[in-house]
Design a protein around this ligand. Sequence first.
Ligand code: NDP
Length: 289
Amino acid sequence: MTATIIDGRAVARRMQAEIQTGADQVASRLGRRPGLGVVLVGDDPASAMYVRMKQRACERVGIQSSASLLPASAAQAEVENAVRAFNDDADIDGILVQLPLPDSIDEEAVLNEISLSKDVDGIHPVNLGRLGMRGRNPTFTPATPTGVMRLIAESGIELSGKEAVVIGRSNIVGLPIALMLTNADATVTRCHSRTVDLPMVTRRADIVVAAVGQPELVKADWLKPGAVVIDVGSNSLPDPTSDKGYRYVGDVDFEQARDVAGWLTKVPGGVGPMTITMLLANTLKAAQA
Ligand code: NDP
C-alpha cells in the first residue's frame, strides 16, 4: 500500500486566501484590520523564530500584529500587565502568549489573564476545560490540534467509532487533540513516555497522531495497514548534505510509514503550516464576532 499524502501546505494556502478575503471585509466594516497581540518573554531562539513566522503570516493575510517583547528577567506582574494591555486594546482581537514562559513565571496565572473572547490560541484554562466537558463550547480551540482536525476533515476521513491513538499528552498538543478526537466520537487511547509496549497499542489504531518530539519514532510495524497517520512532530537532525546543515523530520519514519499507512502527513509540509493558519483563522473569527 502507498499512503495518500495529506498536503498541509495546500490546505493552508487555500485557507489563508479565504482568511485574507475575510480580513479585507473586516477592514472595510470596522475601518481597521483584525489585530493579533503577541507576548514573548525571554530570548529563546526557537520561540523568537515562531513569533516572527506568525507575524509574517499575519502580514501576508492582512492581519495587523503587535508584539510585547519582555526580557527573561521580567516580573510576573509585567507579563500579566502585557496581557491586560492587549485585553484593553480595542484594536487587538486576539492574544497569543508564546510558550514556554521562563521558569520564573507562573504560566497558569498569565494564561488566566487572557480575555476568553481574545483567547485565539485556545489555551486559557477555562477554554481547555470546556473542551473536555460535555455540552460546553470553548470560545477557541488550540491552533495545532485544530489544524490536525481540519486536515483529517479535509481528507474526508470519518472519525465516529474509530480507534484513535494519540502519542503525547502535553497541554498544548497531545491533550487537546485527544479531547477533540473524543468529541468527534472516536475511541481514544492516550499514550506517553510510561506507556508499556507502545507499538502494540498503535497497531490497533485506525488513526495515529504522533506528538512526541522523538525523531522518526513510529515505524512501519507500529501501524495497522491503511491507518491514518498524522505527524505533529518537528525535530531537527544534523544533515551535512543540506545547505543549512540540518533537516526537519517528524515523529514518524515517513519512508517506512508510507508503505503501510492509508493516509499520511509530511514533515515539513503537514501539520506545521496548519498551526499558523488556525491561529490566523481564530484571529479573524474574533474580529468578526
Ligand atoms: P512535549 O515535550 O511537551 O510533550 C511530549 C509528549 O510526548 C509527552 O507527553 C511525553 O510523555 C511524550 N513522550 C516523550 N517521549 C516518548 C516516548 N518515547 N514514547 C511515548 N511518549 C513519549 O512536546 P509538545 O507536545 O509540545 O510537542 C510534541 C512535538 O510536536 C514536538 O516535536 C514539537 O516540536 C511538535 N510541535 C509541532 C507543532 C507544529 O505546528 N507542527 C506545534 C507544536 C509542537 P510524558 O508526558 O510522559 O513526559
